[in-house]
Design a protein. Structure first.
Length: 185
């Protein structure tokens, strides 16, 4: 059974000025964390970093496996999340099935985001290219949402949020029917 915790950022969140607060969920996918055998370090870090770009996210921990991931994503989307980030389960080990649980939820994939996350990680850790994480759009209670799979390590989370963070407000605005203004770093 998944358990929830709301992260307590160690530093105050800084939203870009004028940015809307976006409801989000971080899903940590880990057998060991779900059983209480390991501390979830990547989920709370993802929530903290997302808060800096205006996404207020609860953290949910589920065991590895496509069914657990799909269920957690559908629950988050059903509760109104507009940004859902999974951390963990994107590799090639037998229990890594996060992409398999994510793909049925997506209506459209955004391969450029997943490719950019892998490229950023590979600059420091060559094995980052083995991540099978997906990114895309899924339907939810409050409209379409951005869903991104990220690696389960703190470094992988930092790399992923460095890629996704500058895009979040623009993506959610686009999903709400906003215009096509250019996003610059």
């Amino acid at each position: 059974m998944p358990h929830h915790h709301t992260p307590r950022p160690e530093r105050p969140a800084h939203r870009p000025s004028g940015a809307a607060v976006i409801r989000g969920v971080v899903v940590t996918v880990s057998d060991r964390c779900a059983r209480g055998e390991a501390e979830d370090r990547s989920g709370p870090l993802a929530a903290e970093l997302l808060a800096e770009v205006g996404v207020v996210a609860d953290v949910v921990v589920v065991p590895d496996g496509a069914g657990h991931v799909e269920s957690a994503l559908r629950t988050a989307l059903g509760r109104g999340a507009r940004v859902v980030v999974t951390t963990g389960g994107t590799g090639i080990s037998p229990r890594d099935r996060t992409p398999e649980g994510t793909r049925p939820v997506l209506s459209r994939e955004l391969p450029g985001i997943a490719e950019a996350i892998r490229a950023r990680g590979a600059a420091a850790v060559p094995a980052a290219v083995l991540s099978r994480g997906l990114a895309g759009i899924a339907s939810g209670r409050d409209g379409e949402a951005l869903v991104v799979n990220v690696p389960g390590s703190p470094g992988g989370v930092r790399d992923a949020v460095a890629v996704v963070g500058p895009l979040v407000q623009h993506v959610v605005d686009q999903l709400r029917g906003g215009d096509h203004r250019v996003v610059r770093a």
